[in-house]
Design a protein around this ligand. Structure first.
Ligand code: ADQ
Length: 455
């Protein structure tokens, strides 16, 4: 069996203690399990900047896993990470052309940092290693490793959506990005739509050809593209005997009212302003729900150095103030908005209390919160998932979730109302439908399927 080498922008820190108490997701745990099984390397950015970063990674070994990390210069961090990755590719891949910045200086930094990653990693590689690269930060890395003489198998998994060519080609260097993807042997996408968009890009726009069965050929290389929807570690959401004190406090404070919960990174792709507006519209249209329902949105700030992320925060505070100003009562604040994170263990308890999980991204590669909400429910009295049909998760969960168009504020409010009043039999049937899929496609099944296809 070949050795596995995982590369991602950030690497997980070596695990300590009970994983369910960490805020890191199942992905880190699943990759660590894969690395531990056969022994392997996890390579990435340390999370630190240094004026003159060493080209040689710092290396530590825990069990059979070698963690290798490099620092970035402050300029590279700003231009590669905040710049090209998060202010160009992230908005573009989420269909937000209006927010995407196109700057040569950040593109140059993106290429430069990918070369730096390749130079740091190449000396650690053996010919028969299998390399698995994660996400949009590192699209050119495989090509750079090939230039440095690595000819082994390289796979890539894109966690975000892959935009249709009509959107991607707005990127000044779209051809380079498309060709860079073709340096991999296998590319994994979250949904069939993402996969088709890539195949169409290669076939119609890059002058390659489709060979069928997800294979495309460009410049003499054959690349396999396949859909691998990411799954969950169900265990981390399971009900435990000792309910967390945070959940007990919440239950007491809602005092028998129905709870709607939203949990997201504070990101414009998650549709939070529209979600707040939809809740406001629900209260406007349903006087019988006044003082009977509470919505709680948990949204810890992310990427706070990027201007668009500061703007969304201010906008949400404004809408929340408006909804609460219009509807609050002496003993009732309808919309609670918490700018902080919780451990997975606490999140699972909070999800279980909520009658509705409201997950309404404007675009999302998958959206694990949707799956986590479902996995956390009690089988005897499950809540309802209200899910945007723009989330990758809607492909698998569409049979059990109440699907909404998050741009349609009043339509979302209508469906929220339906979810709040749904009877137990229907809730159970929908939940069973979704759980069957989550049980089949766990995070472990996902990584095994990807590695089997790559190997
Ligand atoms: P994200 O955009 O980060 O991931 P998501 O899939 O929802 O989005 O994953 C977020 C994770 O962070 C979940 O496990 C969630 O529980 C956790 N989280 C969110 N808010 C939290 C909070 N307040 N406290 C604690 N934990 C919190 C990217 C893509 C997604 C894709 C994933 C995995 O954008 O589309 O599903 O990668 O492939």
């Amino acid at each position: 069996m070949s050795r596995l080498v995982v590369v991602s922008n950030r690497i997980a820190t070596p695990p300590k203690g009970d994983p369910s108490r960490h805020s890191t997701g199942g992905l880190a745990v699943a990759l660590q399990e894969a690395l531990q099984a056969e022994g392997g390397i996890w390579f990435g950015w340390s999370g630190h900047t240094a004026e003159e970063p060493s080209l040689t990674p710092s290396v530590s070994t825990v069990g059979r896993i070698t963690y290798a990390q490099i620092d970035l210069s402050p300029t590279d961090h700003e231009e590669y990470y905040n710049g090209y990755a998060n202010a160009t590719l992230w908005p573009l891949f989420h269909y937000r052309l209006d927010l995407a910045e196109f700057r040569r200086v950040t593109y140059a930094a993106y290429r430069r940092v990918n070369i730096q990653f390749a130079r740091g990693l190449a000396p650690l590689l053996r010919d028969d290693d299998v390399v698995w690269i994660h996400d949009y930060h590192l699209i050119p890395l495989a090509g750079e490793l090939r230039h440095l003489g690595f000819h082994g198998r390289i796979g890539f998994f894109l966690h975000t959506p892959f935009p249709v060519p009509e959107v991607l080609t707005a990127l000044p260097n779209w051809g380079d990005i498309g060709r860079a993807l073709c340096a991999h042997d296998l590319i994994g996408f979250q949904t069939p739509t993402d996969c088709e968009a890539f195949v169409r890009l290669v076939d119609h726009h890059l002058g390659g050809e489709t060979l069928g069965n997800g294979q495309v050929r460009l410049d003499g290389r054959t690349v396999h593209a396949e859909c691998f929807p990411i799954g969950l570690d169900l265990e981390s959401m399971r009900e435990r005997d000792d309910t967390s004190s945070a959940a007990r406090l919440l239950e007491k404070s809602i005092n028998g009212r129905a709870l709607i919960i939203g949990v997201d990174r504070l990101d414009y792709s998650k549709g939070l302003p529209q979600r707040f507006e939809a809740f406001g519209a629900l209260l406007d249209m349903a006087p019988d729900l006044l003082n009977k329902v509470v919505m709680m949105q948990i949204a810890p700030p992310s990427r706070t150095d990027v201007t668009d992320y500061q703007a969304i925060r201010a906008e949400l505070e404004r809408i929340a103030g408006h909804v609460n100003g219009a509807h609050s009562d002496l003993d009732w604040t309808p919309l609670r908005y918490l700018n902080r994170g919780f451990s997975r263990r606490v999140l699972a308890d909070l999800f279980r209390i909520a009658r509705v999980g409201l997950v309404t991204p404007l675009r999302d590669g998958m959206n694990l919160v949707a799956k986590e909400y479902v996995a956390a429910q009690s089988p005897d009295d499950p809540g309802v998932l209200v899910l945007s049909h723009f989330a990758g998760a809607a492909v698998e969960l569409g049979g059990g979730a109440v699907l909404v168009n998050p741009h349609d504020i009043e339509g979302t409010a209508d469906r929220l109302r339906g979810a709040l009043t749904m009877g137990l039999d229907e809730r159970k049937a929908r939940w069973e439908n979704m759980m069957a899929i989550l049980r089949r496609n766990t995070i472990t099944a996902w990584r095994k399927a990807f590695l089997a296809a790559l190997g």
